[in-house]
Each structure stands twice: as C-alpha cells, then as structure tokens.
Design a protein around this ligand. Structure first.
Ligand SMILES: [Mn+2]
Length: 165
C-alpha cells in the first residue's frame, strides 16, 4: 500500500508567512488540507505547494466571497473524512455536536478549524481533530500549530501535532 503524508492547517487569515515556511519544511507532501478562513489566499496557495500535491480546502466563516465548498467529504485511503470549518457545529463551545453528526453520517475522521486551538480526540469511535491556527493561535502559549497525518504501509493513519516556536 502507498504511504501518504498530509499537511493539515487552518485559520491562516491571509497572514501566510508561517504557512509558506511549514510547506517548505514538510515538502514533499501528498495532500494539503486547509480547514477554512483563508481570506483570499486560496488563489495563491496552490502555487506554493510541491508538484503532485492534492489540494483540499473548505470555506470558513470569514471567507465571505470565496467559491470554496462549505464542507467536503473525501476519502484518504480506507478512511471517510469530513472537512469542515466547524462553525455550523458550534465548535467554539466544544466538539460534541460535530462528533454526534459526523458519527451519524458514518465518517471515520472529522477535521475542523475555527477555534484556533489544537484538538485531538479518538475516544468516541471517531477521530476528531483541529490543527489549530498557523497565524493567530489562541491556546495557552500561543504557538502557531499544524498537524501531519501519515498513512503507513498497512494503510493505518498516524497523527502528529506540531508547533512553531
Ligand atoms: Mn478563524
């Protein structure tokens, strides 16, 4: 089985220096997932990724004029994955609604943004994650953050949270 390396980011709000840096440091990647609030950079980001990198981006609550999809349902190897900015699920108050809805819709993984706080939970029979924000982090310490998802040779997913210092 082919291994895969996927960079997951969110909430860059057109302050893209850290995104460019992380793209350089993590290249080559097979897929870039951006979970919304790009504020127009969606037209430039495809030029910053390595050749062959698949792009998956969704619209955030600040992407008023964007033509990006509100949500995307994609397959990564054997996993059904929901990509959403998350504000429709009130994620600012917690991931409970997203977990319920994504499980009911039979997703294996739900990825969201919006809170600007890294999050990972696999204790409810579904993997739910948020890479945090590369530009305006809000968690304690406020280090810009992103996540890497890798599929190993058996097709199993592994996730690592990363911080810029
Ligand atoms: Mn945001």
């Amino acid at each position: 089985m082919n291994t895969m390396k996927i960079l997951i980011v969110s909430d860059t709000h057109r302050k893209d220096d850290n995104l460019k840096k992380v793209l350089e440091e993590t290249a080559p990647i097979d897929m870039l997932i951006h979970l919304g609030d790009l504020e127009g950079s969606e037209q430039y980001i495809p030029e910053w990724v390595n050749p062959g990198c698949q792009m998956q981006m969704v619209r955030g609550n600040n992407d008023f004029f964007s033509s990006l999809d509100k949500e995307r349902e994609i397959e990564i190897g054997k996993y059904r994955v929901l990509l959403t900015h998350g504000h429709y699920y009130n994620v600012s108050l917690g991931a409970e609604q997203l977990i319920l809805d994504a499980k009911a819709a039979d997703f294996d993984i739900a990825m969201f943004g919006h809170t600007h706080r890294p999050y990972f939970d696999d204790s409810h029979g579904i993997i739910v994650l948020n890479p945090g924000s590369l530009s305006y982090p809000r968690q304690e310490g406020r280090h810009p953050s992103y996540m890497i998802m890798e599929l190993d040779e058996q097709g199993e997913a592994h996730f690592t949270q990363h911080y810029l210092t």
